[in-house]
Design a protein around this ligand. Structure first.
Ligand SMILES: Cc1cc2nc3c(=O)[nH]c(=O)nc-3n(C[C@H](O)[C@H](O)[C@H](O)COP(=O)(O)OP(=O)(O)OC[C@H]3O[C@@H](n4cnc5c(N)ncnc54)[C@H](O)[C@@H]3O)c2cc1C
Length: 417
């Protein structure tokens, strides 16, 4: 029987192992941690949003980089296929808002356990606490791997599923990029994605912990609209985070420092309607303070911050607010400017943008075009998506295809299994 080694026991590695083992290969899954799927445990806030029910076109729309590279992988195992597979393996699923799919138990650990059990049931040999240091290469092909403690393990094919650089505490520290470079493959520059944003302005820090619901966040560069979405935003000690900001971070260009962002705190009201509303509130308040009028529109602390930005005293009597002051306030409420100082780091990023250059990988197999028997799957590749279950689906789909293709390679090129 021919040997297939999979490096990394995360979502991609586990799915690759399962597909390969079911095709009859002898599979060794090497994981540097003391347990498999450490990152899966923390996905979806511990509930694991494992895929999304979006229709194909909408699904692709959530993958900003290299979506077409994924056609074959999704053709083999798409979101529906993944849901069927998990259900067949005994994991009940449920769908929530926005097509997000979770285990019915709300426990991410059940996803890992299901995959682990299926792998072991199919004969996958798991080696924990085993970090792969480098590849054994010979004559234009891969011949095995070398572990951190110097042990050589021969293999007819190797699948690198080591993840990216995000949340390094889960084991993803960029080893896969080094393995790719050792084999002569290109790696595109990486950066954190789906991550909070440091702002030049300090006022969000003073309001840290405040969640703003139904606000609109916009970013434009010249005439090009980079982002324009409505949703939830979180003010933090460093700037801004929350669903709107995570998605924005995936779409900002690399040179995003200094990028202006516009925050509309009342997107449902146009300026005229908001002005009339403010006028009514002020008239009703009479001698009371301007801050009380703001209280009727937004959380108290945010109202105070906006008044400060507008250069208005919160103790100003409501009846003394001039038309100009009102207009200025309306302008601020409809468009607070925030400036990007930078993105937060990999420690806080949900995914890594960039990675193994897909131009060097055959999209129909996930195999290296230059090195025979070498395959890549999951976040290590230069493919990343927005939030909603798309990143795990990419890991599952590319893992499945790499697993299946690697087995075909070893049985075809090495004369049977
Ligand atoms: C906080 C958080 C929440 C998330 N929530 C979601 C979500 O709900 N839905 C979603 O779709 N995506 C989510 N993601 C993203 C998703 O988890 C990843 O995109 C996905 O897990 C990538 O899978 P992977 O197998 O490619 O990499 P990983 O899950 O990172 O697995 C790689 C594995 O390889 C091992 N490894 C690394 N180097 C070596 C080596 N040299 N030798 C041996 N083993 C090695 C690592 O220890 C690790 O176990 C979340 C990410 C984070 C950080």
């Amino acid at each position: 029987m021919r040997e297939l080694v999979i490096v990394g026991g995360g979502a991609a590695g586990l799915m690759a192992a399962l597909y390969a083992a079911r095709e009859g290969a002898k599979v060794q899954l090497l994981e540097r941690n003391e347990k498999l799927g450490k990152k899966i445990y923390i996905t979806g806030k511990g509930r694991c949003n494992l895929t999304n029910t979006a229709e194909p076109q909408q699904f692709m729309g959530n993958i900003p980089r290299n979506p077409r590279f994924l056609y074959s992988a999704l053709n083999l195992l798409d979101n529906r296929g993944t849901m069927e597979l998990f259900t067949r393996l005994g994991l009940l699923l449920k769908e929530e808002r926005g097509g997000r799919v979770f285990p019915a138990s709300d426990r991410a650990s059940d996803v890992t356990r299901t995959l682990e059990r299926a792998c072991k049931g199919s004969g996958v040999e798991v080696h924990l606490n085993t970090r792969v240091e480098r590849l054994l290469l010979e004559g234009g092909g891969v011949r095995g791997i070398v572990t951190g403690d110097g042990r050589e393990l021969p293999a007819d094919a190797v699948i690198v599923a080591t993840g990216g650089l995000s949340y390094p505490s889960t084991g993803s520290t960029g080893d896969g990029y080094r393995l790719a470079e050792q084999a002569g493959l290109g790696v595109t520059p990486t950066r954190p994605s789906l991550v909070g944003i440091d702002t030049l302005e300090s006022w969000p820090g003073a309001l840290s912990g405040l969640t703003l619901k139904n606000v609109r966040l916009t970013a434009a560069r010249g005439k090009k609209l980079l982002y324009n979405e409505q949703g939830e935003l979180l003010l933090t000690h460093y700037g801004i985070s929350g669903p709107l900001v995570l998605s924005l971070s995936a779409l900002l260009p690399d040179d995003c420092e200094g990028q202006a962002l516009q925050l509309d705190l009342k997107p449902a009201l146009d300026e005229k309607t908001l002005d009339e509303r403010l006028l009514r509130e002020l008239a009703a308040l009479g001698r009371k303070q301007l801050a009380s009028a703001m209280d009727r529109l937004m959380p108290h602390s945010l109202g105070l911050a906006l008044l400060e930005l507008a250069g208005l005293s919160p103790t100003l009597p409501a009846h003394g607010v001039t038309r100009e002051c009102r207009r200025e306030l309306v302008r601020r409420i409809k468009g607070v400017t925030l400036t990007v100082r930078g993105l937060r780091g990999y420690e806080e990023a949900v995914v890594t943008r960039g990675g193994v250059d897909v131009r060097g990988i055959n999209p129909s197999t996930m195999g290296s075009k230059a090195v025979a028997g070498l395959y890549f799957a999951g976040e290590v590749l230069d493919v990343d998506a927005l939030t909603g279950g798309f990143n795990l689906q990419i890991a599952f789909s590319t893992g499945a295809l790499a697993g299946k293709s690697a087995v075909q390679y070893v049985t075809r090129d090495h004369g049977g299994g």
